[in-house]
Design a protein around this ligand. Structure first.
Ligand SMILES: C[S@@+](CC[C@H](N)C(=O)[O-])C[C@H]1O[C@@H](n2cnc3c(N)ncnc32)[C@H](O)[C@@H]1O
Length: 437
């Protein structure tokens, strides 16, 4: 029998979207606290999926609601605007029967302001069902409404990637696969694959990613065999390539300059017994590096500090390897974090580029001669990637790019770029440079 899911998950997704869009809060943080109110794992997954869907389609949903309500809802009734957005998203998505979607949205409105907006919710949704063809046609003509991105980001992406721009925007609206990283100190990829399959999780091992498995269907991570004790971690394939670029070996002194929450720190330690310093400017986030490394059974020296100001934290001993996994627009991971397109502003990009540039210049002298610095972003914007590194190379005559033609990604002169969806990965940029003697 089909399981009935009620208004609880819909209200949670409505509240989460309101927190992102009206108050500028990050979706993952909001959901982390709101989902505590839902006991059933399937309802939690539903609330998350609906919030993602609404944030992906927000301009179209918002525009339709404005056309469908007679008067805009007052500030105090704003939550109902988001309840309607969740319901419209479900009606357009078509997984549930129309009647059930309308029924549950009216029920959700019933718990709010003594239920006086139930009639309005019912009328708006029935009006949508009557006029949907005309409304959908009006949306298809407007690039912001049709793509679900703010104008400035559409312009930046299509200017940087004139041929691939449309595909990048579409890939950011797709549901991403769940990539896993196998801790090969514990077991081989084949053993991990076998254990997953025995536990009912179908997966495959992508040939060009040495440590990766991709699940065929989404699953709760904590249910996966090996996750709790650190034999498996969640990490996109693109991010796993950083460990290859770093060319790690036992005994090397390594700085992970933007380490939190510790995904790449963990991978480095799985690959080799390195002497790792994990730095992050955010002391609270740095605690998560400690927790994540503990799950994997590793330790590192944790430092809270500004990568662009080493004098405040550096002990004066140079590093063999430096990773700058820089703060960036995150324009390559919008498929995982649909809130990014609404939280980032056009003006943020220049500030991010300046921060990345300051980190590169401040950390380069901390690298030993013959050492390797890897610069990475989860961005698709040229100013943060090839443009940033081009000017770095002009400022530092002792830096030589190391090519990795064997690794996935487009040669991006200099560096390698994966666009979202390439090899099923997130958008990602990576460059390795050796410091000449
Ligand atoms: C892309 S995330 C790093 C992800 C991490 N490397 C991983 O794999 O889990 C960027 C990190 O840079 C940190 N950060 C931002 N500005 C910084 C600065 N000036 N110095 C050091 N860390 C900084 C942020 O707090 C954030 O944790």
């Amino acid at each position: 029998m089909r399981r009935k899911s009620g208004s609880g998950p819909r209200l949670v997704s409505a509240r989460a979207c309101q927190a992102v869009l009206d108050r500028g809060q990050a979706l993952d943080e909001v959901l982390a606290s709101l989902l505590d109110d839902i006991d059933d794992g399937r309802d939690r997954a539903l609330a998350r999926r609906l919030a993602h869907g609404v944030l992906r389609d927000w301009p179209a949903l918002d525009s339709m609601i404005r056309q469908l309500v007679e008067r805009p809802l007052g500030k105090g009734d704003r939550l109902i605007h988001f309840v309607l957005a969740v319901a419209l998203h479900e009606l357009r998505d078509g997984r549930e029967p129309d009647r059930a979607v309308v029924h549950v949205a009216v029920e959700a409105a019933g718990g709010f302001r003594g239920g006086r907006l139930r009639g309005l919710v019912n009328a708006v949704l029935r009006n949508f069902l009557r006029r949907r063809d005309v409304l959908e046609a009006s949306i298809a003509e407007d690039p912001v409404l049709a793509s679900g991105y703010p104008r400035w980001l559409i312009d930046r992406i299509t200017t940087d990637w004139p041929e691939q721009g449309e595909a990048i925007l579409a890939a950011g609206n797709a549901v991403p696969p769940l990539w896993l990283r196998v801790n090969r100190r514990r077991w081989s990829r084949d053993e991990a694959l076998g254990a997953l399959e025995a536990a009912g999780f179908a997966a495959h091992a992508p040939a060009r990613f040495a440590d990766a498995l991709v699940l065929e269907e989404r699953a709760r991570v904590s249910d996966l065999p090996g996750f709790a004790d650190g034999a498996l971690s969640v990490q996109d394939g693109a991010a796993q390539l950083v460990a290859e670029e770093l060319a790690l070996a036992d005994g090397l002194r390594v700085l992970d300059a933007c380490a939190s929450p510790g995904g790449k720190s963990g991978h480095m330690l799985e690959r080799a017994d390195v002497d790792l310093t994990a730095l992050d400017i955010d002391g609270d986030r740095l605690k998560r590096v400690g927790e994540n490394l503990e799950r994997l059974g590793f330790e590192a020296q944790l430092e809270a500090g500004d990568a662009a100001d080493p004098q405040a934290w550096w002990d004066g001993r140079q590093f063999d390897r430096i990773l700058i996994d820089a703060p960036c627009s995150a324009s390559g991971v919008i498929r995982r974090h649909p809130d990014i397109r609404w939280l980032r502003r056009a003006a943020d990009i220049d500030a991010l580029v300046a921060t990345q540039c300051a980190m590169l210049d401040a950390l380069w002298p901390l690298l030993k001669p013959d050492g390797i610095l890897v610069y990475a972003t989860c961005s698709v914007l040229v100013a943060e990637n090839a443009g940033q590194i081009q000017s770095f190379l002009e400022r530092h005559a002792d830096a030589r790019v190391i090519d990795h033609p064997e690794l996935p990604g487009r040669a991006d002169e200099p560096g390698r770029q994966l666009l979202p969806g390439d090899e099923d990965c997130d958008g990602f940029y990576c460059l390795a440079a050796r410091r000449l003697r």
